[in-house]
Design a protein around this ligand. Structure first.
Ligand code: NAP
Length: 350
């Protein structure tokens, strides 16, 4: 197929750079418009962007001139990596004039007619797009990816909820500094330290999994009925969020059955064939000291999550540790995966 031209809003930021990196050689999408704030607009991308990734900036984008965020990008699909307060009205405007918007920002995640999407978890929720299109009266729409700490939690919970029914979930996070964007936290705050507060994060982690694992019917999503209690911490790790999770089930399984449900999860077969789908969305580690951020965050190009230490819990039923890459599966990679699903399902024309 010819590659679909796409734009990136917030292309100079932490997540925007991941979009640029992942889209440079993507088989279905071609980045043709990079947009950012007035600080960057008008400069060559190579000059405007403080490149943070270890791999070099893709040659094809270095000379592209950064565009302002205007409704005149020569494409029908845009990826949004804008700060949430900016993203709200901007994404609404793009969708209103006919763009498909795949967003990483929190602004529209909980809107009733906006899909909050992880392809292996709830691919049917794209049907909400019909309701959005009726509201706009046009072809445009917004689809969101989950918060970077929600994504891996929801992926691990999906096979457990399907198999055994979830009642209660307790999660304690250790979140990387790249999750705060660039320049993020001052070194004097985060070095040699753990900060037990990330604004807005606990609410997202308590609410988003319920929508993701909710049931679609009559054009709306009914939230899943379990309860999540979250405690979020920022730790001096560059990339990769680690979470300690305890779960209580409706139908109490043994630990072996929990491990098997996690290990065997692959999601729908059509999703498994998308370009960004990993062979195994969930890798279950057998070692006593894994997963580890430094060693496991890049598993399957950063698109697999890693689960380990699955064992009985003396308060709830079972506890485990889950790790995911926050700017790959948890942000740009997840959003591109969503766009692939939208193309596969026919919501975005090839
Ligand atoms: P970031 O590093 O601060 O980058 C922000 C980007 O938005 C930059 O390109 C910036 O352009 C642009 N921007 C800022 N203010 C703007 C304005 N008023 N008008 C137009 N463009 C503006 O942030 P980030 O970490 O990449 O996060 C981007 C979004 O993804 C946020 O909504 C965040 O919550 C979400 N998210 C982040 C992660 C993560 O791990 N970091 C994970 C999941 C979701 P300039 O360079 O020109 O200022």
């Amino acid at each position: 197929m010819n590659r679909i031209p796409v734009g990136i809003l917030g292309a100079t930021g932490t997540v925007g750079q991941r979009f640029v990196q992942l889209l440079a050689d993507h088989p279905w999408f071609k980045p043709i418009a990079l947009a950012a704030s007035d600080r960057s607009a008008g400069q060559r991308y190579a000059d405007a962007c403080h490149w943070l990734l270890s791999e070099p900036m893709p040659e094809a984008v270095t000379a592209l001139v950064v565009r302002p965020i205007k409704l005149s990008l020569d494409c029908h699909l845009v990826f949004s990596a804008l700060p949430s307060d900016v993203a709200g009205p901007v994404e609404e405007s793009f969708a209103g004039v006919g763009y498909a918007v795949c967003s990483n920002a929190a602004a529209h995640r909980m809107d009733p007619d906006v899909p909050l999407l992880i392809p292996e978890v709830n691919p049917d929720h794209t049907e909400l797009i019909d309701a959005q299109r009726r509201r706009h009266g046009g072809e445009g729409f917004i689809v969101t990816s989950a918060n970077c700490s929600t994504t891996q939690l929801a992926m691990a919970l999906k096979p457990l909820h399907d198999s055994f029914g979830l009642r209660q979930v307790s999660v304690v996070t250790m979140q990387a500094v790249s999750g705060a964007g660039y320049p993020g936290l001052p070194a004097m705050d985060i070095l040699d330290n753990v900060i037990p507060f990330i604004p807005g994060e606990e609410d997202k982690l308590e609410q988003e999994p319920l929508k993701l694992l909710g049931t679609l019917g009559d054009g709306r999503v009914t939230d899943a009925a379990f309860v999540v209690s979250a405690q979020c911490n920022r730790v001096p790790i560059r990339d990769g969020h680690t979470e300690c999770v305890s779960v209580e089930f409706e139908h109490q399984p043994d630990v072996g059955a929990v491990k098997a449900a996690l290990r065997e999860f692959i999601g729908p077969s059509r999703v498994a064939r998308l370009p960004s789908s990993p062979a195994r969305p969930i890798l279950v580690r057998r070692e006593a000291d894994r997963p580890q951020a430094a060693r496991d965050r890049h598993a399957q190009e950063g698109m697999s999550i890693s689960v380990g230490r699955v064992r009985p819990c003396s308060l709830l039923d079972v506890k485990f540790v889950v790790l995911g890459h926050n700017t790959l599966r948890g942000a740009a990679g997840g959003s591109i995966h969503n766009a692939e699903l939208l193309v596969d399902q026919g919501w975005i024309a090839r």
